[in-house]
Ligand binder design. Sequence first.
Ligand SMILES: *[C@@H]1O[C@H](CO)[C@@H](O)[C@H](O)[C@H]1NC(C)=O
Ligand SMILES: *[C@@H]1O[C@H](CO)[C@@H](O)[C@H](O)[C@H]1NC(C)=O
Length: 331
Amino acid sequence: MYRATLADLLLTAACFVPPTFQAVIPRSTMRIVYQFPNKGTWIENVATRSNGDLLVTLLSAPELHSISPLSNDPTQTLIHSFAGTPGITSLLGITELEDDVFAFVAGNATQPGSWSIWQADLRRSGHKHGKASVSKIADVPTGNLLNGMTKLKERTVLIADSMAGNVIKLDTGTGKSEVILDDVTMKPTAIPRFISGINGIKLLGDHFYYTNSFTGKLHRIRIDLESGKAIGAAETVASDLVDNDDFAILENGTAFVVRDNYNVVERVEPDGTHKIFAGSIDSSGMAGPTAATIGRTARDRNVLYVVTNGGMRAPVGGEVVPGRVVAISYE
Ligand SMILES: *[C@@H]1O[C@H](CO)[C@@H](O)[C@H](O)[C@H]1NC(C)=O
Ligand SMILES: *[C@@H]1O[C@H](CO)[C@@H](O)[C@H](O)[C@H]1NC(C)=O
């Protein structure tokens, strides 16, 4: 019951049409790094630590986990659970605030106004994963459906509100938040009400990149890196990425956009052309990709890590698999 409601909320099921895609690019081999023990584990977002560990947030439970993709037999550690904390049922966007201090979004995805931003400080854990001190940064009661998050500058993050179709700036020092970007390209549809617009957000130089799950586009807009305000008009980088979720972007502007119901990762070149990079409509290995990140160590700098919900919105072959971390090398 709960999951159906949650899925309804984040989804665009009404828009889901079986795709007619060209062949998958064969050169990128997919490897399952880690799989949660249970079906119904929806991994929502991911960030990379400088030691190579991945921090993943769950939508299906209010939990933050650490996964060590570089060990021979990758395991996961529960860093923090909000079970029992009133009003927090899910965790969403996550971003690094300063070295080994990560901010993340917590709330009840079906309850506008339930949102708060927290931080997990892993500095004292050194290189062993799993130990963190977790504390609240601020409530964001004006948020409707807070989703992707990225760092703007020292002490300041930007957070996508998928339902309102805008971007909130939060000063993590003072706890003050305000809508800083609001553009038609960020909007969800009005009917039905619960469809996500702006979803994943990333900063590359002074370009703020964002996906819109409803329109299936990747956009960017130049912003002032001090205030976060737009200093140009929104541009469309790529279209025909319906049902996109979050993405990762390389320094040269090549982006990897995941498409949840289509079970694919698309590689989007800076000129906007794109091709399926991994997965396929009937790929249970890549069932329900939700976000992606890039390796940070010498060993995995060429690796894209994709997290999944196991097909909870669109089960592959009628079957949901547990949420996973999948690795694919991109060069
Ligand atoms: C989450 O929000 C829904 C919808 O408002 C509500 O019915 C539910 O009780 C909330 N869950 C928790 C654990 O607060
Ligand atoms: C961007 O970087 C990737 C990875 O190194 C490379 O494969 C790609 O060709 C680069 N694209 C451009 C336009 O330079």
